[in-house]
Design a binder for this molecule. Structure first.
Ligand code: HEC
Ligand code: HEC
Ligand code: HEC
Ligand code: HEC
Length: 229
């Protein structure tokens, strides 16, 4: 919106057009779960046991044949190169640093499935803030504002992230096919642990403070596992 308003000003007053400096969030690229798990090893280990971590495998031939037939997909077909499917079964497909079938296999493997950044946002910029903030916090106990993370591209609107894939019209498995695919965020976000949707939750130290605090933070943190750091 700001850009449009500025263009109107340029048109009205004939100012020389200047480009806005790109924000950190604009520059954010996908990193892969491996990078996040270097620091968040507990969330990383737990995430690896969730259905999201394994979502890429659903595109392989003969995986969930009955569901595919019901959705008029070919159970014998290999959908692992299908650009439509890749957008919801990989991390950041089609975006800078995101999954691409043309990537070297090691890199592609790290971005296959629904990774950390599918929910938390592309991480190249905010991961730096995480490390720096921890150093600052441990030195002086001073918390960094969560708003700085948002500026660096971190997402705290989890429901919005889920809805990019869940019950989206582009998904062959939405509520039109079967009401069981309808998406209830409040219920779905509580599905965590092995074989479920979200990683287990671990207690935070409080390195970050202030808005936006996710509505469910308090509840999930109350029941979170001691991280033993
Ligand atoms: C817009 C996002 C989106 C697209 C595009 C998409 N999927 Fe999915 N897919 C999902 C979601 C979300 C689920 C989980 C639905 C649920 O269980 O509620 C899912 C589930 C599945 C399942 C498991 C269904 C079951 O009941 O066991 C298979 C298999 C699958 N997708 C294959 C594909 C294939 C093949 C394509 C491409 C032709 C594709 N998907 C495209 C989002 C998508
Ligand atoms: C399907 C979505 C989803 C994926 C994938 C995901 N997370 Fe989360 N994550 C959440 C939600 C929801 C919360 C709870 C809200 C909050 O406290 O911020 C959360 C919370 C967290 C927290 C706060 C502490 C905690 O344990 O609750 C950290 C750290 C975190 N995630 C890291 C990761 C890392 C690292 C990965 C990948 C290895 C990852 N997440 C993958 C949705 C996701
Ligand atoms: C990039 C796409 C994507 C995003 C983002 C995403 N999911 Fe999923 N989700 C999937 C796919 C694909 C599956 C199918 C996994 C399977 O059937 O094995 C799935 C499966 C699930 C399931 C298990 C199936 C079911 O309906 O019981 C739950 C629960 C779920 N997701 C919740 C969430 C929540 C909550 C969020 C947001 C915090 C989220 N998902 C974000 C793609 C996504
Ligand atoms: C250099 C280490 C490091 C890396 C890499 C890193 N983080 Fe963090 N992250 C931290 C620390 C430290 C905190 C603060 C934890 C606390 O308060 O206990 C944090 C906090 C978080 C939180 C909670 C923020 C809040 O609201 O308080 C989430 C979610 C998270 N990280 C996700 C990720 C994801 C996703 C990635 C990968 C893109 C990532 N982190 C990469 C160190 C890191």
């Amino acid at each position: 919106m700001k850009r449009i308003a500025f263009a109107a000003v340029v048109a009205a007053f004939g100012l020389a057009p200047v480009s806005f400096p790109a924000t950190a969030a604009d520059n954010a690229t996908y990193e892969s779960a491996k990078v996040c798990a270097k620091c968040h090893d507990q969330e990383g280990d737990s995430w690896a046991t969730t259905v999201h971590a394994k979502a890429f495998d659903l595109l392989k031939p003969q995986v969930r044949p009955d569901a595919k037939i019901k959705a008029k997909l070919d159970p014998a077909k290999d959908y692992t190169q299908d650009t439509v499917c890749l957008s919801c079964h990989t991390t950041g497909y089609g975006e800078p640093g995101g999954y691409s079938p043309a990537m070297p296999p090691v890199q592609a493997k790290a971005l296959a499935g629904v990774g950390c950044e599918s929910c938390h946002g592309a991480g190249s910029e905010y991961k730096k803030e995480h490390g720096d903030a921890e150093t600052k916090f441990k030195r002086g106990g001073e918390a960094t504002r969560r708003m700085d993370l948002v500026k660096a591209g971190q997402n705290f609107d989890y429901e919005k992230a889920c809805l990019k894939c869940h019950n989206a019209p582009a998904s062959p498995f939405n509520a039109l096919l079967d009401p069981k695919y309808a998406f209830d965020f409040a219920a779905a976000v509580h599905s965590s642990g092995k074989g479920k949707a979200i990683h287990d939750h671990f207690k935070l130290m409080g390195v970050f403070s202030g808005d936006p605090i996710p509505a469910l933070r308090e509840e999930l943190q109350k029941n979170a596992i001691e991280s033993g750091q």
